[in-house]
Write a protein that binds this ligand. Structure first.
Ligand code: NAP
Length: 281
């Protein structure tokens, strides 16, 4: 039987409508995005984030800096946005150009405005099971699993990928939902042996169609985070043939991608609320 395709697009539309409602009730919320130089993919992501924020009624500031921007100049821009009371939520689009220390830029963000949840304080609170601001993609993955009522308590979950922005936070959230979690990466031996054991499989490796149907157990729930630009267009990390084996699968596009944007907006509202409630704005 073919898998149920998990409709991230429809869920994201619902979340975005809820965010717009919250923004109306809340009043002015400010989001600033910073793009330094940036390839085609980064330009698209910034455009999508800006458009989604504007549509939700969030005041979105689109800061563009030239590729030649120095680390000191970027840090100065970040400091200015940290100090700007009209900015509740702030992100620097990654990757930044070579020569700029990404970790230093992330550390420079006001953790209360760190809408991507990447600052060490927010990453640390997540690790300690006191999540504050979650990386939007990880939040989106968990919301899709919740929407389709995928049982996580006691489930065997496998995450392929261990990046700070996706793999690690997803693995931590699955563990906090009481799944038994295995994390795979480029050094994992016999990947198929591990993935075949998964009742819940989350793939965020950035390798087109790397998960083939013979690597997935019958009845598994499979979340494909991958976005790979190929001659055949945008494809995920999971071969579409997995739909013949799995019970649930997210499509690419139309799965995790739209939820990432929707969850970023949820995070922006969360940042604004925290700042108001704590007298920071
Ligand atoms: P990343 O930083 O490049 O991390 C990739 C991870 O996959 C690394 O941990 C790497 O292992 C692991 N890996 C690579 N090849 C592997 C293999 N053959 N077997 C097992 N593990 C392997 O990428 P990312 O930022 O996490 O993004 C992953 C994918 O998700 C990309 O396609 C990206 O475009 C996509 N993405 C989508 C969204 C969305 O909204 N849908 C958001 C963010 C990212 P090592 O650690 O050993 O190198």
């Amino acid at each position: 039987m073919a898998a149920t395709m998990m409709d991230g697009k429809a869920l994201a539309e619902r979340v975005r409508a809820e965010v717009a409602e919250e923004v109306r009730a809340f009043g002015e919320i400010g989001l600033a995005t910073v793009l330094v130089g940036g390839g085609a993919a980064s330009q698209v992501y910034i455009r999508l984030k800006q458009e989604a924020a504007a549509k939700a009624g969030i005041a979105a500031k689109d800061v563009r800096l030239p590729e030649t921007t120095s680390e000191a100049e970027l840090l100065e821009v970040v400091a200015g946005l940290n100090a700007d009371d009209a900015v509740d939520a702030l992100l620097v689009q990654l990757p930044v150009p070579k020569g700029i220390d990404e970790a230093k830029v992330i550390r420079a963000l006001d953790p209360d405005k760190d809408v991507d949840g990447l600052h060490p304080l927010n990453a640390g609170e997540l690790m300690l099971a006191r999540p504050r601001i979650l990386p939007a993609t990880a939040r989106g993955v968990m919301e899709i699993l919740a929407e389709y009522r995928i049982e996580l308590d006691g489930a065997r979950a496998v995450v392929v990928g261990r990046s700070e922005i996706v793999g690690k936070p997803v693995a931590q959230l699955l563990e906090q939902a009481n799944a038994t979690v295995t994390i795979c990466h480029s050094h994992t031996r016999d990947l198929a042996r591990v993935t075949l054991d998964a009742e819940v499989l989350v793939v965020a490796a950035g390798r087109a169609a790397m998960i083939s149907p013979d690597m997935v157990a019958a009845g598994a729930a499979v979340i494909d985070v991958g976005i790979n630009r190929t001659d055949a267009g945008l494809v995920g990390d999971v071969d579409p043939g997995v739909a013949n084996v799995a019970a649930y699968l997210t499509p690419v596009p139309g799965g995790v991608g739209p939820m990432t944007i929707a969850c970023l907006l949820q995070n922006a509202v969360g940042c604004a609320r925290f700042r108001r409630e704590n007298g920071l704005a």
